[in-house]
Each structure stands twice: as structure tokens, then as C-alpha cells.
Design a protein around this ligand. Structure first.
Ligand code: PLP
Length: 418
């Protein structure tokens, strides 16, 4: 019954400091978001106490009657949200969802074909130090060196040459939509399964603002905590024919007891994602990214060697190239941090600088859209970023503009008392 401040003042201070950081700065890491109070409540609940190995109605533990309700709600809601035949909501995170998806689809030694990590793919799509690169043979496609876009003719050539068992559509850093119908037809042509990892853009899909990969894919995985705006966690959607294999790949294949507090929080997030307020938020997310791309493509910015990869964006993020800038990715990330804007440096395709330095920034709008930002605020933040990336920027003056924006959009008001 003792509060955290008494039991563990050091950790209580971490929570308070982090809340202060989130309130006082502008969060533009493309994979982050702010969960609603209702999600925090479900996740920080007594459901964390419950063991529930197995699935609703078929558990290996007693006392699961209430957590079963939560898991059934989460499954039914996410199936309805994306039009999926089957859903597994137990993966602890995106990486676990991906491990289970691969285990359900193919055997160790079989071959994957995905977007190379260096061009925006994810670790779990075949990076050599990751389980995916150790268990499976890996082939990759990249983006076009002139357009920086995925060229489906190139994907098809790679598929025909490599004959993979699974083709992966999905990315961690790519500013455009994918052609799922073309991926499907290439997979059919070479007899591969199609797995889409929609971790980044799932919220846009839920809002109807991005093509839905579910009808085209055999298996779709996602995280819940990026554009989808829920608790940190993962999920797997699939055609009914893979349901049994997916479920046994998650449990007992990859995991033990599911995190029932996280599953309840997912159910809450899926309910919210079906609503109109969520759709409007995703629209502001996209509009904000477009404004950012436009402002960072203006002549007074590009004359300093800053440019926007592919010339724009269709999604919730912008990839900035600093290839021709005096600033490298690390320096730009640090300057923005000093101005109060959090982004991550990111290697760009064909990056001339080393991976710890990079020549790019990945800048996302989901968290600020959740905070309430609209066109006017995204214009102001884009201009602050542009100024920061120009030589001789007055970082202290820019920091004042950031603090004004942050102050105008209070975050988690009264959280200390919840
Ligand atoms: N898949 C993609 C495309 C991602 O971008 C990420 C996260 O960065 C993941 C999977 C992994 O998610 P997690 O960090 O929850 O394991």
C-alpha cells in the first residue's frame, strides 16, 4: 500500500523526470506516441498479476475468467479494425510477433526476401546478428539509387533470382506507401508466402488513410505502440488457414505467459482506433508530415545541403538527407535535442557516413498529432527544424519557440494525481 515515492524514491524520480521531459520537449521519433490515460490505466493494473498460458477458454491456469474477456475483446476488435480472419494479440513486442510469424510460415534454412536494413528494413527482416539472419537464409531488395523508392520490377527480379519462401513487405524508415497487390502477385509467381510488417503504418491503415495489406498478405504483423497509439506490444493477423500455426508459434513456440495487463491495454487501444477522433488524429499526422516535407524542401533550406528523400512523404515520417550538408546525422540530432526536439539520426540509402554517424534524420509526426498539433503548429515546428539545420543557428532562441509550442499543448495534465 506504500506509494512509489516512499518505496523507491530513485525510480519515482525517474518517472517524474521523464514526464517532465515528455511535457517540455517535442517528440518527433517516428516510432513513438503518447498513449491515452485509459491505456496507461489498463496497463498499470492488477492484470499484471495473472498467469494465463494458453488461449481464452483453453488456459493452463485457473482463474482466467476475467482475463479471457479482455483477450477476446482485443482479438475481436483488432480483427474488425483491419478486416482480418485471425488475430493473435499475445506477442510481447513487434520482434516477438515477427519471430512467431516466421516460425509459423517457414522452416529454419528457408529463404526470406525483404528490404535491406541499410535502406529502411527492420532487424527482424534478416539482419545477420538477429534471429532472423541466423535461422534463415536472407536475400534482400533495396531502393532505387535515383528515386530512393522501392521499384517493384527490381523486387520481382530479386524474387525470381532468389526464389524465397517468404517475401516481406514492410519497413522502419521509408516515406512512401507500398504496392501490396504487386507484392502479392510476385509472391504468387515465385510460390512464396507474403508477410507484411505494418508496425509503422498500422494506425494509418486503421484510419483508412493507407492501403490495407491484410487482404493481400498471408500474414501481417504489427507493433501496437507506433502510429496505432497503444501499449508497447505486438500482434499477428493472418488468414484463417494459418491460425493454428500462428497461435502455437506464439505460445508455446516463442513465449510463456501472456502479459494480460498489456493485452487489456491493447483492447482499449483498438477500441479507440476505431473511433472518429483517432481518424482525425491520423489525418493531422499525415498533414503534419507533408508540411514538414514541404518546408524542409524549400530553397533556403536545400541551399545548405539539406533535402527530403523521395521529395516528400505519403506517411507519418520524413527522411531528411544530410549527404550534402556540413552537418552529419549525429550533429543534427544533437542540435535538435538542444533546441528541445527529439528525433533520431538514420542512415540513408547508400549513406557515405558510418552507421553511428549517418547522413540522415528520421522525423515523425504521430506523437505531436496526438498532443493536438494541427497545420499551424506543424508549420512552426518545421520552421524551427529548418532553422536548426542552417549554419549559425541561434539554438537558444529556437528553444524558446519549442517551449512555447510545448506549453500550448499540455500533456498528461494531472497525471501526478491519477
Ligand atoms: N517491425 C518494424 C517494421 C519495426 O519498425 C519495429 C520497431 O522498430 C519492429 C518490428 C519491432 O518492434 P519492437 O521494438 O516492439 O520489438
Amino acid at each position: 500500500t506504500q506509494p512509489l515515492t516512499e518505496v523507491d524514491p530513485e525510480i519515482a524520480a525517474v518517472l517524474a523526470d521523464e514526464l517532465g521531459r515528455q511535457r517540455g520537449t517535442l517528440e518527433m521519433i517516428a516510432s513513438e506516441n503518447f498513449v491515452p490515460r485509459a491505456v496507461l490505466q489498463a496497463q498499470g493494473s492488477v492484470l499484471t498479476n495473472k498467469y494465463a498460458e494458453g488461449y481464452p477458454g483453453r488456459r493452463y491456469y485457473g482463474g482466467c475468467e476475467y482475463v479471457d474477456v479482455a483477450e477476446n475483446l482485443a482479438r475481436d476488435r483488432v480483427k474488425a479494425l483491419f478486416g482480418a480472419e485471425h488475430a493473435n494479440v499475445q506477442p510481447h513486442a513487434g520482434a516477438q510477433a515477427n519471430a512467431a510469424a516466421l516460425a509459423a510460415m517457414i522452416q529454419p534454412g528457408d529463404k526470406l526476401l525483404g528490404l535491406t536494413l541499410a535502406h529502411g528494413g527492420h532487424l527482424t527482416h534478416g539482419m545477420k546478428l538477429n534471429f532472423s539472419g541466423k535461422l534463415y537464409e536472407v536475400a534482400a531488395y533495396g531502393v532505387d539509387p535515383d528515386t530512393y523508392r522501392i521499384d517493384m520490377d527490381h523486387v520481382r527480379e530479386q524474387a525470381l533470382a532468389e526464389r524465397p519462401q517468404v517475401i516481406i513487405a514492410g519497413w522502419s524508415a521509408y516515406p512512401r506507401q507500398l504496392d501490396f497487390a504487386a507484392f502479392r502477385s510476385i509472391a504468387d509467381e515465385v510460390g512464396a508466402l507474403l508477410w507484411t510488417d505494418m508496425a509503422h503504418f498500422a494506425g494509418l491503415v486503421a484510419a483508412g488513410l493507407h492501403p490495407n495489406p491484410v487482404p493481400h498478405s498471408d500474414v501481417v504483423t504489427s507493433t501496437v505502440h507506433k502510429t496505432l497509439g497503444g501499449p508497447r506490444s505486438g500482434l499477428v493477423l493472418s488468414k484463417a488457414e494459418y491460425a493454428k500455426k500462428i497461435d502455437s508459434a506464439v505460445f508455446p513456440g516463442q513465449q510463456g505467459g501472456p502479459l494480460m495487463h498489456a493485452i487489456a491495454a491493447k483492447a482499449v487501444a483498438f477500441k479507440i482506433a476505431a473511433g472518429e477522433e483517432f481518424a482525425q488524429r491520423q489525418r493531422r499526422t499525415l498533414d503534419g508530415a507533408r508540411i514538414l516535407a514541404e518546408r524542409l524542401s524549400a530553397a533556403d533550406v536545400t541551399e545548405h545541403g539539406v533535402s527530403v528523400l523521395t521529395g516528400g512523404t505519403d506517411v507519418h515520417l520524413v527522411l531528411v538527407s544530410l549527404k550534402d550538408s556540413a552537418l552529419d546525422g549525429k550533429q543534427a540530432e544533437d542540435l535538435l535535442h538542444r533546441a528541445g526536439i527529439t528525433v533520431n539520426r538514420n542512415a540513408i540509402p547508400f549513406d557515405p557516413r558510418p552507421p553511428m554517424v549517418t547522413s540522415g534524420l528520421r522525423i515523425g509526426t504521430p506523437a505531436l498529432a496526438t498532443r493536438g498539433f494541427g497545420d499551424a503548429e506543424f508549420t512552426e515546428v518545421a520552421d524551427v527544424i529548418a532553422e536548426t539545420l542552417k549554419p549559425g543557428a541561434d539554438i537558444d532562441a529556437l528553444r524558446v519557440r519549442v517551449e512555447k509550442l510545448a506549453g500550448d499543448f499540455p500533456l498528461y495534465e494531472g497525471l501526478e494525481e491519477w
